[in-house]
Structure formats: C-alpha cells, structure tokens
Write a protein that binds this ligand. Structure first.
Ligand code: CU
Length: 179
C-alpha cells in the first residue's frame, strides 16, 4: 500500500511533495515510534550517573533501532542493558535498542535504560528533563520527562510483583544502593 502511494507521489509536483512529506507519506522511524511513561531517576549531588526509562512502541511493520541518545543534562549519554552475571547484576553499553515491528520495548530499572553519565547538576524530583532519541534512519525524537524518585519503588522490592525492580542502576559502579 505504501509502495503504491509512493509511486503516485512521484507524479505530483514538488510543492505537493513537500506538503505531504511533513505528514505521513515518508514516515520517519521517529514518527513510527510513540513513547509512553518516560521518566528520569532522581540522583543526589555528586552522583556519578542517572538513567532514563520509558516504553517505546513501534507502529510500523519493520523493527526500529534507537542507535544513540543525547541529553543536555549529562556529559555522556549511553544505551545500556543489564546482565545477570552469576547473580551479580552488571550493566553494559549496547550499540542499539531495538523495538520489534508492531511491538513494544520497555526500558525499566534492572533492564534496558538510557544512562545519563556525569549529570551537570543534581536531578531533583519535580524537574522536567529532555532526552533525544536518535534512530537508525537519522530521524530523532525529543522526549520530555519528569524526574522521579526511585526510593518508593525500591522499598517495594520485596514484593513479588516488583521483583524486577530489585536492582538499582549503579550496582556496577559503586556496588551499593544509592540511598
Ligand atoms: Cu547503565
């Protein structure tokens, strides 16, 4: 269906093309991704890093990769995942975060996340920060999100429902919980 539409488009004037391009005809990967429930983790002064979490939903029939991210709040921004190394949670940098065709990828504590290394200032609950997601096709999406405290979430971690929130981010960096 898309192919037919594109063929027809070539017959149209450049002016029309420009008009359509801004809508749906040549949807970028950024247009095909919606972001829900984004937030960044509150960190105290001097903390080596924070992280951003969100759910990415892909509305296209092709898988889409986030290949990098930027943010004004930290010196370095990396895509990370956690691995369980004989019971020790470690995180490592990964080259991309993939969102399957017509599927969802959840970035959450203990799993995939966007690492905000070297925050320029403490991230305080109630602040709003932005993180820019860069996709494989060169398009990007700027996501605005609140800063949230994870202390409440951490305290619930003995409940089975919240099992996957056990593992704080900085375990590899400092081998201890932040609070
Ligand atoms: Cu990390």
């Amino acid at each position: 269906m898309k192919t037919t539409f594109k063929k027809n488009m070539t017959a149209l004037s450049l002016g029309l093309l420009a008009t359509f391009a801004s809508v749906q005809a040549f949807a970028s990967q950024a247009d095909d991704i919606t972001v829900s429930a984004p937030f960044a983790r509150e960190v105290p002064p001097g903390a080596p890093a924070s992280a951003s979490f969100m759910t990415l939903e892909n509305h296209s029939n092709n898988s889409i990769k986030v290949v990098s991210a930027d943010s004004g709040v930290a010196k370095v921004v990396e895509l990370h995942t956690h691995t369980n190394d004989n019971g020790v949670m470690r995180m490592r940098k990964i080259p991309f975060i993939e969102v399957p065709a017509s599927g969802k990828t959840e970035l959450k504590p203990g799993g995939l996340h966007i690492m905000l290394i070297g925050p320029h200032k403490p991230l305080k609950m109630g602040q709003e920060v932005t993180v820019k997601l860069n996709f494989e096709d060169g398009s990007s999406k700027t996501v605005s999100m609140p800063v949230k405290s994870m202390k409440g979430m951490m305290m619930k971690h003995k409940m089975p429902m919240h099992h996957d929130m056990n593992h704080e981010h900085n375990m590899e960096h400092d081998q201890q919980h932040m609070h």
